[in-house]
Design a protein around this ligand. Structure first.
Ligand SMILES: [Mg+2]
Length: 232
């Protein structure tokens, strides 16, 4: 029997309206390390990696690219420290249908992982505060690869190397932006796009996801789930 692998994006897919703490943490991180004032309220952050957002913030503030890159590891740590201290309880900030789907997937033996543009400690803390972390066995995060496709690649390889999945396993990525869909498809995964983030359903359909749904409570998700386990 081959366990399916189901990879989840975080923002807009598992949680939403989680407050300004994450964006603030990036600004504070740059301030603490470089003493430079930056902003991200003028940047379209959804679907982007934290690293990309930080580099864009610093470029906009006139920080030379080399200096910005060299400062990244220290900025990650400063941003994570800020977030860990300030993040509130997020138990009511989960997207519709998330808890039930995770419970069902886990109970039926799926391997669950994260592929997120969040910095690692921010991502895990967010899920911990939303009471969702316990469903996930592992994850790949912003600082682990330069692109989201690279993160998906690393996640699948990680699960394979540990023997959790094999060549016959169904591998699925669930996300809320065309960036997620593209990253999954680039790695040959099935993709599910849910319109619980900022991308409207029409935009997700145009991205040619395997399945598009308004949210994870939609009957098409249940049907898909049935298919996954029928073939396992
Ligand atoms: Mg997202």
């Amino acid at each position: 029997m081959s366990s399916p692998l189901v990879l989840f994006d975080i923002d807009g897919t598992l949680t939403r309206r989680a407050g300004p703490h994450h964006r603030d943490a990036l600004v504070v991180g740059v301030r603490r390390v470089l003493g430079v004032e930056t902003r991200n309220d003028n940047i379209a952050v959804h679907g982007k990696l934290d690293t990309e957002i930080l580099l864009e913030m610093m470029a906009n503030a006139g920080v030379p690219a080399g200096r910005a890159r060299a400062a990244l590891p220290a900025i990650y740590r400063a941003a994570e420290r800020y977030y860990l201290r300030h993040v509130p309880v997020l138990r009511r900030k989960t997207c519709p249908g998330v808890r039930r789907l995770l419970y069902t997937l886990k109970r039926r033996g799926a391997v669950l992982g994260l592929v997120s543009g969040n910095l690692e400690r921010i991502g895990w803390k967010k899920l911990e505060r939303a009471d969702l972390a316990r469903y996930f066995r592992f994850g790949t995060f912003s600082e682990m690869a330069p692109t989201r496709s690279g993160l998906v690649y690393r996640a699948v390889r990680y699960a394979r190397r540990r023997g959790w999945i094999n060549g016959a396993s169904r591998c699925v990525l669930i996300g809320d932006t065309p960036n997620d869909v593209e990253a999954g498809r680039n790695n040959g995964l099935e993709t599910i796009a849910v319109a619980t983030g900022l991308s409207p359903l029409g935009e997700l359909r145009a991205s040619r996801a395997t399945l598009c749904a308004p949210d994870l409570t939609h009957p098409s998700i249940r049907k898909w789930l049935q298919g996954v386990f029928d073939h396992a």
